[in-house]
Design a protein around this ligand. Structure first.
Ligand code: ADP
Ligand code: MG
Length: 697
């Protein structure tokens, strides 16, 4: 881009911030605003007010001997008034070079009275150097008005960005074409786009600053809508395209129904039935299914997956089940085997711990297509030499741990030109619109009902110094015939450390606290067969207590376990706590979750409070999103979630919903083909690079 005041060096720094084009710059939102419209000479300043002062440094004093510890920097400012203004900065030693006598500055801050010197004072003011060589085009831009404050781009300061944006805006005609389709603009009565952009950068005087800083001014809302609208339009187009790929039209025969009935160990819940129906209808179409099943822990997603598998298998196809960890893959393997083998299907596990010989023979059989109906495994399934003779359905558990790319690898394992159906299951439920946006090309089914007879888990918070009481409670439950988990946080950077903590606690519990009981130990560094042995012993009730790192987070199913003790609970995220808690409450007995904490920060306290107050996974996921922010929650890179310039999918979820509806309507029922083509071109030209998800021909 060529803009006055932007040379190659600055352009480079701007680009590093993602600002490549004029359009990028114009949608680079200030992160806050300051009201500097109150410009006053020093003589008229009133204590307590917030004001802007244009003045010159008369003298400056670097940190003196006594004041050294605080590093207090003081400067005296004059503006021709009889009185002068004192500026103070703690730890301001670095300012000695910046605020040399004679320098002209604009100061902005709260006016106070300094008892020592008897003069008016301004503490830690925002300030900007006013240079004589400052561009005359931009004088008066930085003071005397509401000013935008931007995140600096390298050495390009907020002030410089402000000037650049101003010049760009000045050079543009006041009326410009609005890319949002007229039909949508008219319907929603959107404010004028270019005015909205101008107002975002340089709000008209009198605008309520609080509204602005909360992004609730109409102009900003419009720009946020626009950002979401193009994203949703892109997603809708992409999804439509996927629907035209050639897939498999599975037949829902009587035999299929019969086999499902034979398999079912209990009556499915209404929600399970509803979701199976959505899946079955989707599988029956000649296009590939891309469907996400969301459901709280324990809502019975796996059962629905097994039903779907039967549809594929009875049509002569194979099923691949992909899980994020070996433990979970092993669990799933046994679960599916128990349900499906009685129907005469062959099921194999495929993980990193198969021997080379086992792998080779499994691979041969899988490639042949007819002997094996289902393979359950980890990433090992994705290896290029794993071939399926006739893959019809891929089931992916815990979507948030798999990247889009991995899902695509799996899909490519279908027969040439024939995409298998994809069913993704996740136990991190999030609000529907959000899910549709984040998982982009997936349809969403929701299991919003737990199997009957489940009692809500009682969750309690206990401080570490009350741990003895926790253990007596555990003992009472075990005396009543129940079992308990004791979990240690697994912190990524210190897997070894948490393993050691678990080992130590295992030692302590088995020798000191419960010498008469059997206490098992499970952590990620055990060999696979040791893991399985520990799980099995607990499942069969041979061990009453299982001490574990978070490897049991997902998928473990032991209905007799009624107590979950989570140590150092302050270190877990909300979703993780909820997942862990979901390991109990699977049987008919009342179950308990005890969150043991040491030191609690504010956010950790909020998490613990949410846990003790709610067992609703949707509510908890939403709180988690709020507390952590979407980027961290989903791992932006992995989820394919674009970085929004203005919008925040949590804060602005109403706008997101509106944008989704409007985009769907526009694409599904465009005012004319010409309008649609125009929108597609705009999308490709302007948003492709940012979202990288719009590939429409
Ligand atoms: P999720 O994968 O959603 O966490 P699971 O499929 O593991 O849940 O099911 C949790 C538990 O509930 C399992 O023990 C499962 O056998 C049981 N279950 C699933 N569906 C039902 C149902 N309709 N009625 C009774 N129990 C069920
Ligand atoms: Mg599960």
């Amino acid at each position: 881009m060529y803009v006055k005041g932007v040379g190659p060096a600055r352009a480079k720094m701007l680009e590093a911030k993602g600002l490549h084009t004029v359009e990028d710059l114009l949608t680079y939102s200030p992160f806050r605003y300051e009201d500097r419209s109150n410009v006053k000479p020093i003589s008229e300043l009133a204590v307590g007010e917030t004001a802007t002062v244009l003045a010159e440094v008369r003298s400056a004093r670097a940190p003196g001997f006594q004041k050294k510890r605080l590093g207090l920097f003081e400067a005296v400012f004059t503006d021709g008034s009889r009185v002068s203004l004192l500026g103070k900065w703690f730890h301001g030693g670095y300012l000695a070079d910046v605020l040399q006598p004679g320098t002209r500055v604009a100061l902005f801050g709260k006016i106070e009275f300094d008892g020592y010197s008897g003069s008016v004072m301004i503490m830690h003011p925002e300030f900007e150097i006013l240079r004589d060589d400052d561009d005359p085009d931009t004088t008066g831009l930085h003071t005397g008005r509401i000013v935008p404050v931007y995140e600096a781009a390298g050495k390009v300061s907020t002030r410089a960005i402000r000037s650049i944006v101003w010049k760009v805006l000045e050079s543009m005609p006041s009326r410009m074409e609005d890319p949002v389709p007229a039909a949508v603009r008219d319907k929603l009565q959107l404010p004028d786009r270019w005015q909205a952009i101008r107002d975002m950068h340089f709000p008209p005087s009198g605008t309520d600053l609080r509204l602005l800083n909360n992004f609730r001014a109409a102009g900003q809302q419009r720009l946020i809508f626009e950002e979401f609208f193009w994203l949703e339009t892109g997603l809708t187009l992409k999804k439509n395209e996927a629907r035209f790929q050639r897939g498999i039209a599975f037949e829902l025969t009587d035999k299929v129904r019969e086999q499902i009935k034979r398999m079912l160990p209990f009556r499915p819940t209404g929600a399970q039935k509803k979701v199976l129906k959505e899946i079955a209808e989707d599988m029956a179409t000649p296009h590939p299914m891309y469907r996400l099943v969301q459901g709280d822990v324990g809502s019975g997603k796996t059962l629905v997956a097994a039903e779907s598998a039967i549809i594929a298998i009875e049509n002569g196809y194979q099923v691949a089940v992909l899980a994020p960890t070996e433990i979970l893959a092993t669990q799933h393997y046994f679960y599916f085997k128990r349900l499906l083998e009685p129907l005469g299907y062959q099921i194999v596990p495929l993980t990193g711990s198969n021997t080379a010989k086992e792998k080779a023979s499994i691979k041969r059989a899988l490639a042949a297509g007819t002997f094996i109906q289902m393979a359950v495994g980890t990433h090992a399934l994705l290896e290029p030499d794993v071939e399926f003779g006739n893959l019809g359905l891929a089931i992916v558990d815990e979507q948030h741990r798999f990247g889009v790319e991995q899902r695509q690898k799996l899909m490519a394992k279908g027969r040439a030109g024939q995409h298998p159906d994809v069913l993704v299951m996740t136990a991190t439920p999030i609000p529907r619109t959000l899910a549709l946006t984040l998982y982009g090309d997936l349809d969403v089914s929701i299991i919003d009902e737990l199997p009957p007879g489940r009692k809500p888990i009682v969750t309690k918070h206990a401080k570490q110094d009350r741990i003895e009481q926790v253990w007596s409670f555990v003992r009472r439950e075990i005396d009543a015939g129940r079992q308990a988990y004791v979990v240690y946080p697994l912190i990524e950077e210190s897997e070894t450390q948490s393993m050691k903590a678990a080992q130590k606690m295992h030692e302590h519990l088995s020798t000191v606290v419960f010498p008469d009981l059997k206490v098992g130990l499970l952590h990620g560094k055990l060999a696979q067969d040791a893991k399985e042995a520990a799980m099995d012993a607990f499942k069969r009730g041979e061990t009453q207590i299982l001490v574990s790192t978070t490897v049991i987070e997902v998928g473990v199913d032991v209905p007799n376990a009624s107590v979950m003790v989570i140590e150092q609970a302050e270190r877990f995220g909300l979703s993780q706590l909820h997942q862990l808690r979901g390991r109990v409450g699977r049987g008919a007995e009342q179950s308990y979750c005890i969150l043991v904490t040491e030191k609690l920060g504010d956010i950790a306290r909020e998490r613990i409070r949410t846990m003790t107050e709610s067992t609703d996974g949707f509510h908890i996921a939403e709180m988690d999103l709020k507390l952590r922010g979407p980027g961290e929650f989903f791992g932006t890179k992995q989820s394919g979630l674009p970085a929004f310039r203005l919008g925040n999918i949590i804060r602005d979820k109403e706008i997101l919903e509106l944008a989704r509806t409007e985009a769907g309507e526009f694409v599904g029922n465009p005012p004319s083909q010409g309008e649609l083509q125009k929108a597609i071109r705009y999308l490709q030209d302007h948003w492709q690079r940012r979202y990288g998800l719009v590939q429409v021909g």
